[in-house]
Design a protein around this ligand. Structure first.
Ligand code: SAM
Length: 228
């Protein structure tokens, strides 16, 4: 899947100091070594799907989180479910470095992070029907109309996520922007493989993004769709 407009603003190819220190501290094993394209956050066009059992050291259901930030949802949720493995995509290197440090500090062993664009990552690094769950919590809202095209969750992305889920697998999404929640509902409802389930936050903890949204008077929406 090729997408001209990304859901994040591109940054320079130079590795930030925070991530460099992560590698220097021998923690690079938690960061997936992705064949890069032209940009630091892109995935090489000829990249092949990851060997997930080799990456996690076992065979287990795999969950993907898209845009995990420093792991405010990811770390507690992964720690509470040691029977699954979680692959997180995050393009912002200071967040990747903070996540890795937290995984080590809290001794959470079932998470790996791919520091690349999740759209290309899902497309090129993960096979069809390979995921038991996908989490998209508080994707950048791009509230201005002229920026809506940057929103991650659109028709093409819904097709991509649906194809990566195993039958019965779930896509969980959260946002604090009503307009984006509406867009998510419409786009996912129109995707032939996805079936809406009751809206439910489940085990998702309250994060900084959520608190900020609440403090600014916005309501939180949690969506759940199941792949038929
Ligand atoms: C608003 S933050 C939410 C972080 C986290 N999910 C939470 O709830 O605390 C959105 C995150 O998604 C990341 N992001 C945006 N587009 C992305 C993409 N295409 N691939 C990977 N990460 C992305 C951003 O760098 C940012 O860290």
């Amino acid at each position: 899947m090729h997408r001209e407009v990304t859901s994040f603003v591109r940054r320079s190819a130079r590795m930030r100091e925070s991530l460099r220190r992560t590698y220097d501290a021998q923690l690079g094993g938690l960061v997936v070594d992705v064949p890069q394209g032209e940009l630091r956050t892109s995935v090489a066009a000829d990249a092949t799907p990851l060997d997930l059992p080799a990456l996690f050291g076992r065979e287990a259901p795999v969950v993907v989180e898209i845009g995990c930030g420093p792991g405010d949802s990811l770390v507690p949720m992964a720690a509470a479910r040691p029977e699954v493995d979680v692959l997180a995509f995050e393009v912002y290197e200071p967040a990747v470095a903070a996540l890795v440090a937290r995984l080590v500090r809290e001794d959470v062993g079932n998470v790996r992070v791919a520091p690349v664009d999740a759209v290309a990552g899902l497309d090129r690094l993960l096979g069809e029907g390979s995921l038991s769950e996908v989490w998209t919590f508080f994707p950048d809202p791009w509230p201005k109309a002229k920026h809506h095209k940057r929103r991650l969750v659109d028709r093409a992305f819904a097709d991509l996520v649906a194809s990566r889920l195993t039958p019965g697998g779930r896509w969980r999404l959260a946002t604090d922007w009503d307009g984006y929640a509406e867009q998510m509902r419409e786009v996912l409802a129109a995707q032939p493989l996805l079936v809406a389930e009751p809206e439910d936050r489940g085990d998702r903890p309250v994060t900084r993004f959520e608190r900020r949204g609440l403090a600014e008077g916005r309501a939180i929406t949690d969506l759940v769709f199941r792949r038929a």
